[in-house]
Design a protein around this ligand. Structure first.
Ligand SMILES: Cc1cc2nc3c(=O)[nH]c(=O)nc-3n(C[C@H](O)[C@H](O)[C@H](O)COP(=O)(O)OP(=O)(O)OC[C@H]3O[C@@H](n4cnc5c(N)ncnc54)[C@H](O)[C@@H]3O)c2cc1C
Length: 399
């Protein structure tokens, strides 16, 4: 292990903390109302974040996962939903720009959209019938070749910032494919015939991501909308697991850190009647603070190290195990830390509008967010033992 945080990375982190302070002033309202934090997305567009992981030779910032991690850990401390949703854009653009399977022409088109036009791209893989529990199933959303382009039909779920983004990269099954794990990503613009949205994202946490359901009924897109096609979606996901899976990890780390900092403020200010010291002087409180700090620091170091390993060595088995280990650790630690923060702050903190109440709900999503904790352990086990996934028995009996 040999990594340094460079001066450029510290500058980026500092700027993201400034942006986070501004985002924090609107976070509670977007959470309560379940509204898109569109003004935050606009600020991030202006600041060039749409091109964060576009290669420098195409006009982007060309950042790797460690820089991204520092940025999104900071942004999430202000508004977790903003950071999580905006990251969907980067989790799509990263793999597309890095994949040798994507043509130069498509890469230039995406660079133009993101660098020059500052367009925002949502990403929608998920479908109601899909589950990481039993591995990849063929996608139910179909793309049919028609005159001049493709016609898409199907229903997707959980598409963050769907109505706020300019496009949604939709994962479809090409009608003429034979492999069950085939995929084609098609860019569907916000307004298109045959595209509609079911606004059903009324959830416990991460409410302002507005991860609604997308319905496509013979929705036509031109040929140029097809930005990626492969017979094996699984390989693509592993090769670019840094963006597909690991780029959400720092967002939840930021949620845990925000809860920890907020709790310290609360405890330093609360002085019980008849005593001359605030609650931080209580030894039991201090011990729990110490435990939270140990957990968070361990999670932070695992996250930074895994990101550095990914930037340095690429998707080796050691890197993949490290990325899944870090997400597992962050998921477990953050759900625990946000719960302890609520417990220590007590009944004063459980009111709607309390920052700790919101962070508790957002933190509860950490182990559920892709890749979920059990899926992380499943993968750490595979990469550590070096087993071939093809030789592993399915966990449920197929039909
Ligand atoms: C806030 C939020 C935003 C999202 N935004 C988007 C988006 O923009 N685009 C998009 O496409 N999707 C999005 N999703 C969906 C997400 O990426 C997952 O696809 C979706 O959550 C998968 O369904 P599931 O949660 O039911 O998990 P499942 O994959 O069905 O897993 C259910 C549970 O099973 C267990 N499990 C899973 N895999 C294994 C395993 N291998 N071994 C043992 N146990 C296992 C875990 O406990 C897991 O929590 C979002 C989800 C959330 C919570």
């Amino acid at each position: 292990m040999d990594f340094q945080i460079t001066e450029d990375q510290k500058r980026l982190q500092g700027r993201c903390l400034e942006l986070a302070a501004d985002f924090a002033s609107r976070s509670a309202e977007h959470d309560r109302e379940g509204t898109h934090p569109s003004e935050n997305y606009d600020i991030l567009r202006r600041e060039g974040f749409c091109a964060l992981n576009i290669p420098e030779k195409l006009g982007g910032a060309g950042l790797g996962l460690l820089s991204h991690t520092l940025a999104f850990e900071a942004l999430a401390q202000g508004c977790p939903s903003t950071a999580l949703s905006f990251n969907m854009h980067l989790s799509i653009t990263g793999p597309l720009m890095a994949s040798p399977q994507v043509s130069d022409e498509t890469k230039q088109m995406i660079a133009k959209l993101t660098v020059e036009e500052r367009k925002l791209i949502a990403g929608n893989f998920s479908e109601a019938s899909g589950t990481a529990l039993i591995g990849e199933r063929p996608l139910a959303t179909r793309a049919k070749r028609v005159r001049g382009g493709y016609s898409i039909t199907g229903r997707k779920m959980f598409a963050s910032m769907l109505q706020a983004a300019d496009y949604c990269a939709v994962a479809t099954y090409p009608d003429d494919a034979t492999s069950p794990s085939a995929v084609m990503f098609l860019l569907v613009p916000r307004v298109a015939d045959g595209r509609s949205v079911i606004a059903n994202w009324d959830t416990l946490g991460m409410r302002a991501t507005r991860s609604d359901s997308l319905v496509l009924e013979e929705c036509w897109v031109p040929e140029s909308a097809a930005v990626f096609r492969a017979d094996d979606f699984g390989d693509f996901r592993v090769d670019f697991g840094n963006w597909f899976w690991a780029s959400y990890t720092p967002v939840y780390l930021g949620v845990g850190i925000a809860a920890y900092n907020e709790l310290l403020n609360v405890l330093k200010e609360r002085q019980p009647l008849g005593y001359s010291q605030p609650l931080t002087y209580h030894p039991d409180v201090r011990r729990q603070i110490a435990e939270m700090s140990v957990d968070l620091e361990a999670a932070r170091l695992m996250t930074y190290h895994s990101a550095w390993l990914s930037d340095t060595d690429g998707p080796t088995p050691a890197t993949m195990a490290a990325l899944f280990r870090a997400k597992y650790m962050v998921g477990e630690v953050v759900s625990k830390v946000t719960q302890t923060a609520l417990k220590l702050a007590g009944a004063h903190a459980i009111f709607k509008g309390s920052r700790l109440e919101q962070l508790f709900r957002d933190g509860a999503i950490a182990p559920i967010q892709t890749p979920p904790s059990d899926f992380c352990l499943y993968n750490v086990g595979l990469f550590e033992t070096g087993l071939d996934i093809g030789d592993v028995l399915p966990p449920l009996k197929p039909i």
